[in-house]
Design a protein around this ligand. Structure first.
Ligand code: ATP
Ligand code: MG
Ligand code: MG
Ligand code: MG
Length: 477
């Protein structure tokens, strides 16, 4: 079965040539006009059925949702807004769809409703557009790094270490949960498990990535990442994709520059290659904005926001500078950011981040040099004895999109930090050992792929930018 994709047909000069289109019926009007979508583009193609010469039984089966194959002549379309249409000579139903029961009627459905039918929502314009943009972004990630000579390294999904020293990991085990083997003290005996130890799904490929940066120079990972945090927010998933470049001989400034270059490259790529889908998503986002109270509406449309971000430098400032700004700011008429006033060292809440990005600077912000106490053990300690060379990139409407740092490359300093925090240094022996043999200054960061997609598509819930979202209580499909 040789078909032509609709995307290609729409730019073909129509001269009555025979073509075959296969796809799903969106609408069927007047017993004559079938709008078909095949996912190659947001646009449908119109097929015109000769109903006088088509059996009634076949016409009845052309229903919204049905899968059809049509062959006919490609001709210029007299209808507005479409360059070509197909005069049907042969129509075949490949998959019937009961019109009464098909959940996707030709009307607007709420995203909440669509989330409950993740197996069918891919057939809506919104999800088609989002997934094509997602694909383009994944491709652009590889293109960017390839152009800069980075090596794509596949870090393991099952790991024996917890990079963050936090607890939010999914356990991987083959032990019988009801009746696990026990040691002499009666504790579960992990030595008898598949790997002979406790193992988890990865929360970050960074530590393994560093290993390869200290051999190949510039590397990146791009893979699924798992966090068993109670992620009932619009910005967290239990399974998400993370892009983690790691660069030898980069300091924190180089790291910040790469983060900006990378994000701007991706946004530019979307503007250049996803124009049609972005146009649609732009309209969608505008409609959604209209439902919000005036003061919460964003000043720029989605496309204007993308252009702005791709063209303007991000604001860089230290944590301490940010605190000073926040202390003297009154986000709304009544209250200041009270709790930050006395205490240097507190972690910023999303309301602070949003204030800096959306109200104060009105552009993306890179915050750096955070208090050591609120950041991870592997971040490079600054000479002030209080801060580490961490950086977070904050985006309008999103908050944190990237977290990164210059890594601590000095063995003694790192060991001391590991011990201070009571981390399991026996599990980290290999990571520490990297600092003993030819250590080098190096840096890296993690970009949450879905947060990027949120930003680029203007969608507002992270569950709507991944095909099958995983969140507490949801892993059916
Ligand atoms: P947050 O403060 O938003 O919880 P984080 O500081 O815990 O994020 P990092 O460990 O710095 O996250 O991970 C790097 C990036 O991965 C983040 O900047 C974010 O873009 C993304 N990310 C982190 N956790 C999640 C999650 N649960 N779902 C989706 N993306 C995430
Ligand atoms: Mg987190
Ligand atoms: Mg964070
Ligand atoms: Mg972070």
């Amino acid at each position: 079965m040789k078909r032509t994709k609709i995307k290609e047909l729409l730019t073909t000069t129509p001269s009555g040539q025979q073509v075959t289109v296969q796809g799903w019926v969106r609408t069927f009007r007047n017993n004559q006009f079938v709008a078909i979508n095949d996912g190659s583009t947001i646009q449908n193609i119109q097929a015109v059925v000769d109903f006088n010469n088509t059996p009634e039984t076949l016409l009845k089966r052309i229903t919204t949702g049905a899968c059809v194959s049509i062959t006919g002549e490609l001709v210029p379309s007299p209808a507005k807004g479409q360059p070509v249409e197909v005069k049907v000579q042969k129509l075949e139903i490949l998959g019937d769809s009961d019109a009464e029961k098909f959940p996707l009627q030709p009307k607007k459905h709420s995203l909440e409703f669509l989330r409950e039918i993740a197996h069918l929502r891919a057939r809506t314009n919104t999800f088609g557009a989002v997934m094509r943009v997602r694909h383009a972004m994944a491709f652009a990630v590889h293109k960017f790094f390839n152009e800069r000579g980075f090596v794509y390294v596949h870090t393991p999904v099952i790991t024996g270490s917890d990079a963050e020293g936090a607890g939010a990991m999914f356990r991987v085990t083959t032990l019988d949960a009801n009746n696990p083997p026990r040691d002499e003290q009666g504790k579960v005996d992990h030595k008898q498990d598949f790997f002979g130890r406790e193992t988890n799904l990865t929360v970050s490929g960074q530590l393994e990535g560093e290993t390869y940066a200290l051999a190949l120079g510039d590397i990146y990972t791009f893979g699924p990442t798992f966090r068993a945090e109670n992620s009932n927010t619009t910005r967290h998933l239990a399974e998400f994709w993370m892009i983690e470049p790691e660069m030898a001989f980069y300091d924190i400034q180089d790291n910040m520059q790469l983060a900006q270059d990378f994000l701007q490259y991706l946004v530019r790529y979307a503007l250049e290659h996803c124009a049609e889908d972005l146009e649609f998503l732009n309209k969608r986002a505008l409609e959604e904005e209209q439902t919000k109270p005036q003061e919460q509406r964003s000043e720029l449309s989605l496309i204007d926001r993308l252009k702005f971000v791709s063209e303007n430098d991000f604001q860089r400032l230290s944590y301490t500078e940010a605190i000073d700004i926040l202390r003297s700011s009154t986000p709304n008429k009544k209250k200041k950011f009270q709790y930050l006033i006395d205490e240097w060292g507190a972690d910023l809440q999303s309301e602070h981040e949003r204030f800096l990005v959306e109200k104060h600077f009105k552009k993306p912000v890179i915050l750096y040099n955070y208090p050591a106490a609120i950041k991870s053990f592997y971040m490079r300690q600054n000479e002030d004895g209080k801060t580490v060379a961490a950086m977070d990139v904050l985006f309008p409407g999103i908050g944190e999109i990237i977290g990164g740092s210059q890594r601590e490359e000095r063995y003694d300093r790192l060991l001391k930090r590991v011990q201070e925090l009571g981390l399991p240094d026996k599990d980290l022996w290999w990571y520490l050992e990297l600092r003993k043999f030819g250590s080098a200054p190096h840096s890296g960061f993690g970009l949450g792929f879905e947060r990027l997609i949120l930003f680029v598509t203007g969608m507002t819930n992270i569950r709507d930018v991944i095909p099958f979202p995983r969140f507490p209580g949801n892993a059916e499909f």
